[in-house]
Design a protein around this ligand. Structure first.
Ligand code: ATP
Ligand code: MG
Length: 242
């Protein structure tokens, strides 16, 4: 579903070129759960931004579900992002003055969903992440782990096939981190492709596959365990959509 071929990303800082990705090739199959590990500055966030259509590579090829992302214009990219991809950021990126419910509703406002339906789905998603009793709380009235769960509920709003999470547990204590990881495990079981960036090897081991980055290239790509193939799960579960 994701095919990256010889991706290079060079940031231009005035006269200076900063190479962040130096020819990276990666294939991600449907319903895979991948952890991306690597030291600070190795290009993890850059890679996530490219996979999430938030940024474009300087060189190389990106195919997402058979479409050549490089040939799409900005509007089409934004559409794909909205339809297919849910982002979870380390810093949560929630609107501070909006309630949990309003934060989760936000991505649906750009869609065509009616207000009542939007509210119902936001309530459902908050219940799914265990925050059914916190819908009226604003981010400052929630714990770090709860904020991150709101961010995950928001990422799921448009029923994306791919969840991209950049250090989703970075700001959390180990217990809240473990809760978030269980949530990602569940999402994968419900036929989502999950890709997380983490510094924490313990967290990475919950994934099926670990991709290690160093200095803008992949230096290791390992399958963690022999979990059953979930390739066709999305088909099976289409009816019981969350
Ligand atoms: N917008 C930018 N402009 C210029 N250089 C950038 C930009 N974003 C990232 N870089 C540089 O590209 C390299 C890779 O950055 P990236 O953010 O992808 O690293 P990372 O692996 O996510 O690191 P961390 O673990 O610290 O988040 C770094 O050397 C960084 O300084
Ligand atoms: Mg980063």
């Amino acid at each position: 579903m994701i095919h990256l071929t010889d991706i290079k990303k060079i940031y231009k800082m005035g006269e200076v070129n900063v190479p962040a990705l130096k020819g990276l090739t990666l294939t991600v199959k449907e319903c895979e759960y991948i952890a991306i590990l690597g030291p600070s500055g190795s290009g993890k966030s850059t890679l996530m931004h490219i996979m999430g259509c938030l940024d474009t590579p300087t060189e190389g090829h990106y195919q997402l579900e058979g479409r050549d992302v490089g040939s799409l214009n900005r509007n089409r990219l934004a559409e794909i992002r909205n339809e297919k991809i849910g982002f979870v950021f380390q810093s949560f990126n929630l609107l501070p003055y909006a309630t949990a419910l309003e934060n989760v509703e936000l991505p649906m406002i750009y869609g065509k969903m009616r207000a009542k339906e939007r509210r119902r789905r936001a309530e459902e998603l908050l219940a799914l992440v265990g925050l059914g009793d916190r819908t009226r709380h604003r981010p400052t009235e929630l714990s770090g782990g709860e904020r991150q769960r709101v961010a995950i509920a928001r990422a799921l709003a448009n029923d994306p096939t791919i969840i991209l999470a950049d250090e989703p547990t970075g700001n959390l204590d180990s217990r809240s981190g473990a809760e978030i990881i269980r949530l990602f495990n569940r999402l994968q079981e419900q036929a989502h492709t999950v890709i997380i960036v983490t510094h924490d090897v313990g967290i990475a081991e919950h994934a099926q596959r670990i991709v290690r980055l160093l200095d803008g290239v992949i230096v290791e790509d390992t399958n963690v365990n022999n979990l059953p193939q979930v390739q066709n799960l999305r088909e099976v579960q289409k009816e019981e959509k969350i």
